[in-house]
Design a protein around this ligand. Structure first.
Ligand code: GAR
Length: 188
């Protein structure tokens, strides 16, 4: 059994989608959710699946020590970022090299980098009058949104779209592809 920890800061719809996707999987389990926000919606979403979720301070995430201890206790093999709005620190990268993946709600290298997260990304896509956008699943390295790209999928942006409707299209791609791409990385 491979154990995944999800890191999430927000509503947690992707985390919930993972929990559902892997609920009856005999090779991969969502064992734990970590957040830097006690008020994040993800905590409530995990209750229905019986998946423990915990909150740690930004400082803990940066120091790494406390987090690494918890990840070891739960025998975590892999870290999945799902709307995690905090930088992954050096100690975590060292212990989990090539074992931390992120999803970005646009086609990197476009619309990436500091400040480009959540709705800000979709607003920028609409303002730039892009004809398409999509998702990028990538490994994490020490720079924002610059790790090796694993997978991308696209959707159309029409002149009628606003940031909200683009977000919906992008979320649909996230739900369809993110869990299955992660499973392929873990179970070969
Ligand atoms: C997702 O769209 C994810 O791609 C994005 O945050 C959203 C979280 O939604 N991540 C980033 O912007 C990372 N730079 P969720 O909490 O409902 O899963």
């Amino acid at each position: 059994m491979r154990n995944i920890a999800i890191f999430a800061s927000g509503s947690g719809t992707n985390a919930e989608n993972f929990a559902r996707y892997f609920a009856h999987d005999d090779a991969v389990r969502i064992s734990l959710v970590l957040s830097n926000r006690a008020a994040a919606g993800v905590h409530d979403r995990m209750k229905a699946f019986g998946i423990p979720s915990m909150t740690f301070s930004n400082e803990s995430f940066q120091k790494g020590e406390e987090i690494l201890k918890v990840l070891e206790e739960y025998h975590i093999d892999y870290i999945v970022l799902a709307g995690f709005m905090n930088k992954i620190s050096e100690p975590l990268l060292k212990v989990f090299p090539d074992r931390i993946v992120n999803i970005h709600p646009a086609l990197l290298p476009k619309f990436g980098g500091r400040g480009m997260y959540g709705m800000h990304v979709h607003e920028a896509v609409v303002a730039a009058k892009e004809k398409e956008t999509g998702i990028t699943i990538h490994y994490i390295n020490e720079h924002y949104d610059e790790g090796t790209i694993i997978f991308q999928a696209t959707c159309q942006v029409t002149p009628e779209d606003d940031a909200e409707s683009v977000a919906q299209k992008v979320h649909a791609l996230e739900y369809e592809y993110y869990p299955q791409v992660v499973r392929k990385l873990l179970v070969r």
